[in-house]
Design a protein around this ligand. Structure first.
Ligand SMILES: C[S@@+](CC[C@H](N)C(=O)[O-])C[C@H]1O[C@@H](n2cnc3c(N)ncnc32)[C@H](O)[C@@H]1O
Length: 334
């Protein structure tokens, strides 16, 4: 990076020199990488995030929605909004772009394993006049090329559960943070997913009894199997290699994060529910069917909605639903 660049101060936070990947491949112009990263295998992500980056962007660009989840937590730490932060596993910028747009004094080192997603971030940030405060860097979040104690916050949205060894990423986050600064990760939790698995299993059993079949039930079975693998991988030794190849690897528990906080020397660990709402199960089911399954809600029979509704109205109180995190934020304080 040349001396006159306004982003030079961001590059100075790396312990290794950065190179513009556009020098080797024009598709990646403006995406940097630490020189020791060059040529290393990108392990643990699928083509969804690499050659499929454009389709991923078309399907999952939701800047406003992600900002509405992250920003209330981010703004609890006012020093971060005017400082330098690291966005780990930023992808094409669902978090990076709106944070830069809403906080004019913020600078972001935006890292991801996929240079293809980072090239989209570079394009989108340039289009909006935000690129002078953003440095896209292709790097595996399990390797640490940062200097210590320069960052006012680390954020990561939906990234730890993709990483084979998330503890490495959180340890690295603790190292780069200034004292009393937060590392904020938005992640899926096992508690809420375990109940969804019970609900969906019940629906699939009932469909079998009624002699009904079709894409909705096939999809729910796949969701159940996904939840099982991500929460019980240690009981499935023959799955270990396949598990490593999955994009979605983990579902987390409160206890996992509390232990991890102790292990990496966090001074505090706080956990927040992202979707504390009375219709939690119906709403989650709708989202899973439409966003992940690309299915129509009309294809879900009335008797199945009645099963889901009972979990909201009958089995779980509002307080228990608030405890039962499905998607949550974990904040590790340095
Ligand atoms: C679900 S996407 C989330 C992206 C973005 N934070 C957002 O909110 O849209 C997960 C991201 O993690 C990245 N990722 C997966 N494994 C990684 C690793 N080992 N190091 C860095 N990034 C990784 C993927 O490339 C992908 O961009």
């Amino acid at each position: 990076m040349h001396n006159g660049s306004p982003r030079r101060h961001l590059a100075a936070n790396f312990s290794e020199p950065l190179i513009d990947m556009g020098e080797a491949d024009p598709r990646y112009a403006g995406v940097f990488t630490p020189i020791p990263e060059i040529g290393l295998e990108r392990k643990g992500i699928t083509e969804n995030f690499l050659s499929g980056a454009d389709q991923w962007f078309d399907r999952y660009a939701m800047f406003d929605r992600i900002f509405s989840l992250l920003n209330p937590i981010f703004e609890r730490y006012p020093a971060a909004a005017a400082g330098t932060i690291v966005d780990v596993g930023c992808g094409f910028g669902n978090t990076t772009i709106p944070l830069l747009a809403h906080h004019p004094n913020l600078s972001v080192i935006a890292t991801d394993l996929s240079p293809d997603l980072l090239a989209i971030l570079h394009r989108e940030a340039t289009k909006r006049g935000l690129i002078d405060r953003c440095l896209p860097v292709a790097v595996d979040a399990q390797r640490d090329y940062f200097n210590e104690k320069f960052s006012d916050a680390v954020i990561g949205c939906g990234v730890l559960h993709h990483i084979a060894e998330p503890a490495r990423t959180v340890r690295s986050a603790m190292r780069v943070l200034r004292p009393n600064a937060p590392a904020i990760f938005l992640e899926p939790f096992e508690a809420g997913h375990a109940v969804l698995r019970l609900v969906f299993n019940q629906i699939c059993d009932q469909a079998e009894r009624l002699g009904q079949s079709g894409p909705v039930f096939d999809f729910l079975k796949a969701v159940c199997s996904d939840i099982h693998v991500r929460s019980h991988r240690l009981n499935l030794p023959d799955w270990s290699e396949k598990w490593f190849q999955l994009d979605d690897k983990w579902l987390f528990t409160r206890r996992y994060f509390e232990r991890l906080g102790e292990m990496v020397g966090a001074s505090d660990v706080k956990i927040f529910h992202l979707y504390d709402r009375p219709d939690l199960f119906v709403w989650q089911t709708q989202r899973i069917l439409t966003e992940y399954g690309q299915l129509r809600l009309d294809d879900f029979p009335d008797w199945a909605w009645k099963i889901v509704e009972r979990y909201d109205s009958d089995f779980f109180t509002a307080d228990l639903k608030a405890d039962l995190i499905n998607e949550g934020a974990v904040v590790f304080m340095r």
